[in-house]
Write a protein that binds this ligand. Sequence first.
Ligand SMILES: *Cc1c(COP(=O)(O)O)cnc(C)c1O
Length: 408
Amino acid sequence: MSDVAQLDGSDPLAAKRDEFTLPEAVIYLDGNSLGCLPRNVAARMAEVVSAEWGQSLIRGWNDHSWIDMPTRVGDRIGKLIGAASGSVVAADSTSVNLIKALSAGLEMRPSRKVILSDTGNFPADLYMAQGLIRGLDQGHELRLVEPKDVEAAIDDSVAVMMLTEVDYRSGRIHDMKSLTAKAHDVGAIAQWDLCHSAGAMEIDLTTAKADFAIGCSYKYLNGGPGAPAFIYVRPDHLSHVEPFLSGWMGHEAPFKFDLDYRPAPGTTRMTVGTPPILGLSALDAALDVWDDVSMRDVRAKSMALGDLFIAEVEARCAPYGLTLASPRDAKARGSQVSFHCPEGYAMMQALISQGVIGDFREPDVIRFGFTPLYVSYADVEKAAATLERVLKEKLWDTPSFKTRSKVT
Ligand SMILES: *Cc1c(COP(=O)(O)O)cnc(C)c1O
C-alpha cells in the first residue's frame, strides 16, 4: 500500500466524505472559500420550501419555529467555537456583524479612539471599520500595523483590538488567547473574526475571554453560498450592549410595534431584520455533519494534510519558482497552504481546468484549503502531481487563462 493509502486507511474522519455531494473528477481545495454541499441539505431544503413555506405560509414562523432559528442555529455554531449556549446568534453577513460588534466595543470604551488591526486582515473588515468611523464621526482612528507587530502595538490608547484569527492569504494564526489577555491588560476590547477558523480548528472563545467574535458559515461550516453569518457576544457583556443596528427583530417585543427601541434580552438583540429562513435551514442541515466530529481530529488531519501538501509541492515544483507563503510550522498555520507563484492567476486557472480547484489571491498567491471532512491524503498527493504537470507542461501559458474573471 502507498503511504497515502495507508494514511487514508487509518483516518478517523474518512467516512465523513460520504456525507457530502462532491462533483466527479474534482479535487476540491477551496472549502475555505465555499464549503461543499452536505448530502442532507437538498432534502431538507425541498421540505422547507414545499412543506413549510408552501403549505404553512405565514404560520411557519410559529408552527416551524422559524422565528427562533437565529438563536437555535447560533447555539449549534457556538458548540464548535467554545461559546456558551445563548451567546451566539446566526444572522446577516460577517461584514454586517462586524459593524455590530465594533460599534458595541467602541461604545464600551468611549474615551479611547483607536481601533487596532493589521495589514494582513481581510480588507472587507477594514472597509467596514472605515465606514463605521466615518458614520460615527467621533474622531476614531483605524491603526494598522504589520501582523507580527500587533502585540507590541497594544497600548492604552486602544479601544478595540480587531483581528482575524487566521490570515486569509497566508494562513498565519494569531494567538487569540494571549493577544486577548494583552488587550485586556491595557483595558481594550478584543474582537475576533473567525471566518477562516470556525470549522477548521479548535476554538475556545470562553477560555480566551474574547469579548466579541464574528464569522461566516459558508466556508468550513458548509452552509452554502452567502449563508447567514454569526456573532458572539461574551455573556457578561450582553446586557449592556445597546445595538447600533437597532432592528425590530432585536427588539424586546417586536410585535408590540412600540415607537421606541428597547433591546431584547440575550443575543436576539444582535439581530436586525427578518431572518432568511431558507438560508438558515440549509445551514442548520449542514451543521448536522459536525454532530459526531471531534474538532481535535479535524485539526490533526488538517495539519497533516497541509504538511503533506507542502512536502509534495516542494519536492515536485521547486524548479518552477514556487515559494511557500504560509507558515511551515503546522501549529502556526490554519487549514490552508499558499505559495507565491509567478503567473499565479493563470496557473490556478490551468489547475482548475485539470480538476484541482484552489484559488488565487493578489498579488501572486495560489491558495489551497484543506477541509478534513471531505479531502483525503490521496487527493493531496494527486493535487501536487497535477500542479507539477501544469508547471512542467506550461499548461497555464495560454491567453484564456490570463483573463481575470469577476470573482477570483
Ligand atoms: C470570508 C471573509 C469575510 C466575508 O464577509 P462577507 O460579509 O460574508 O462577505 C469577512 N472577513 C473575513 C476575515 C473573511 O475571511
